[in-house]
Design a binder for this molecule. Sequence first.
Ligand SMILES: Nc1ncnc2c1ncn2[C@@H]1O[C@H](COP(=O)(O)OP(=O)(O)OP(=O)(O)O)[C@@H](O)[C@H]1O
Ligand SMILES: [Mg+2]
Length: 510
Amino acid sequence: MVNIQMTYSLERENRILSALLEVSKVLNSSFDLEKNLSRTMSVLGDFLEMERGSVFLLDHKTKELRIVAAHGLTKEQIARGKYRIGEGIVGRVLEKSSPMVIPNVEEEPLFLNKTGSRMKRDGISFLCVPIAFKGESIGALSADRIFKDRTITVDEDIRVLEIVASIIAQYAILWKHYKESEQEKENLKLELKGRYSLPNIVGSSDRMQEVFEAVHRVADSKATVILYGESGTGKELIAKAIHYMSPRAKGPFIKFNCAAIPEGLLESELFGHEKGAFTGAIIARKGKFELASGGTILLDEIGDLPINLQPKILRILQEKEFERVGGEKTIKVDVRLIAATSRNLEELVAMSKFREDLYYRLNVVPIFLPALRERKEDVPILIEHFLRQFNKENKKGISLSSDALKVLVNYNWPGNVRELENAIERLVIMTNNETITSSDLPINFALVAPKGVFYNGSLKAGVEDMEKSTIINALKQSGWVQTKAARILGITSRQIGYKMKKYGISVLNS
Ligand SMILES: Nc1ncnc2c1ncn2[C@@H]1O[C@H](COP(=O)(O)OP(=O)(O)OP(=O)(O)O)[C@@H](O)[C@H]1O
Ligand SMILES: [Mg+2]
């Protein structure tokens, strides 16, 4: 008798081990939660005479336990099997985070039999153990034990179920992480589809959508537009969009940067000159306004326009006429003016460097282009856009890993979209692998301002501080060669010169 008992328990041990091995195999096979948990429950039935094994997981939204998988239950029975925390045996196991056993379900009033699956309830014990991860209950595992004989103790059954429950817990947590990352990917894809409404201009942030809406509204009219925005935020791109969406799209689009031309030449560049107007004026020449006739002129960095030339611009805006340098004849032009500036014109007006009347005349339709760091949600779709563009240009198929994307989203982008565009171009050209990872990124991307830095002064002072130290860093990196530093920052050498003057940066800072 003793021997038979021993043989029986050895056999039982073996079956338990085989069952556990099978369970871990099943759960390692894929992330199909319901299918794999169902198979796990069949293993309990096949190997250990535990029928109607059910896995309940807590739905954090509804705070309900629902059956995720069950062996031997129909779909309808599964759908009925929902418990609140503390309700019935299953609800209590979760609440108390300890196992419960009902030796004979026939005699137990707490046993709700919600699924209605047990027609005959005699001779059935009900076992239920919590599924917990790091001490927190996330669900429950239950099974019916059909007692043909009473040789196996309940403790032993509970022990086996607890082991299975701990394997399921690990699996469920892994599955949750997997689902979350899938969801993240899906969200990214949705974002990528975006609602862009201007060709080749990317931006699904609310701020950019406002810009696009303004562009649509203003394009048809002849209204003067002024674009405010830091360097590289897309002022020229938006100016072109307005032009090409306007009725003058077939006319010329002329761009003129007021900060790029020596002051002495500005007037003749803009308004042209007659022959002999000044030394070297051998022939008469048309200025930008005449060249832009019937089209649009973009006056970039209008804040740099010298005060003595400002009345001439005002006259063009009001009377649509001007004279060439050294000329008597009044010339009429039909030009739409779009101004752009990275400077605060109001401040210039306050300092009497910009005429107030011209400021109001220009400010009919102001459009503000947000800095990239103020609309980080656009970074992923801009990256996608530039990757597509530069992959095509370079006949490559490079993508970006999610850790690299994170670094780029967190970066401050002082040079805005232009800096991002240059960075992606460089990465596509320089990277030999299929995927750009965070270790492929230049070190300066990781140098994001530490979190929690806090300025006593205004936001503007904080931003200026950051801008100043970014410029100094770039200059140090480039051995104080301004053009190189400007390239690192994604701005022009004129702009870096201007900013260095503004912040009083000189080689002495090194
Ligand atoms: N929303 C956007 N979508 C796609 N490309 C953009 C976007 N914004 C800017 N770019 C690209 O970034 C670069 C810089 O844009 P742009 O020249 O229009 O900026 P800007 O504000 O005029 O800069 P700056 O003041 O330095 O002249 C361009 O190559 C432009 O195509
Ligand atoms: Mg520009």
